[in-house]
Ligand binder design. Sequence first.
Ligand SMILES: Nc1ccn([C@@H]2O[C@H](COP(=O)(O)O)[C@@H](O)[C@H]2O)c(=O)n1
Ligand SMILES: C[C@@]1(CO)OP(=O)(O)OP(=O)(O)OC[C@H]1O
Length: 162
Amino acid sequence: MIAVGQGFDVHQLVEGRPCIIGGVTIPYEKGLLGHSDADVLLHAISDAILGALGLGDIGRHFPDTDPAFKDADSLKLLEHVWGLAKERGYRLGNIDSTIIAQKPKMAPYIPEMTEIIARALEAEPSLVNVKATTTEQLGFTGRGEGIAAQSIVCLLRDMVSS
Ligand SMILES: Nc1ccn([C@@H]2O[C@H](COP(=O)(O)O)[C@@H](O)[C@H]2O)c(=O)n1
Ligand SMILES: C[C@@]1(CO)OP(=O)(O)OP(=O)(O)OC[C@H]1O
């Protein structure tokens, strides 16, 4: 059986916050604002997995009104979400993601992001693809006001024959 889900997230770029994307702390003059560490890519991936499972979104599982998730490590949230997929018998088919950011340059950090995400999803890195694009200086991402990420995930589960 195949289950497909998609996720999309946005966080504002502000001064005085670390810029953590895909589990990597990227040196940059601004960082992402959120209740958690605001890792926009891991949030999009978590939402894609929850979507494939028909389990809502990360706001439902980790409410931003709950102090337990204040400054939460989004890698831990992703690991929890992956536990829900495993409990239901799924393994990763593949995942594809896009970070939408005018700056900073993501390319140097993408191999490490890929490794981190693959480890969290207990999969080969070849099953995890991360891309980046600018929006050619257009819109809120183009003006550097925020960063967006989107992700699509395919989960696989073996059918039990009777
Ligand atoms: N924040 C970003 C945005 C883009 N890249 C890489 O640059 C290439 C060109 O981007 P365009 O938006 O002009 O298509 C793109 O293929 C990315 O590999 C990046 O590293 N960081
Ligand atoms: C992760 C959570 C919880 O700390 O907070 P944020 O970092 O604000 O992220 P968001 O993508 O708005 O949604 C889920 C939240 O409930």
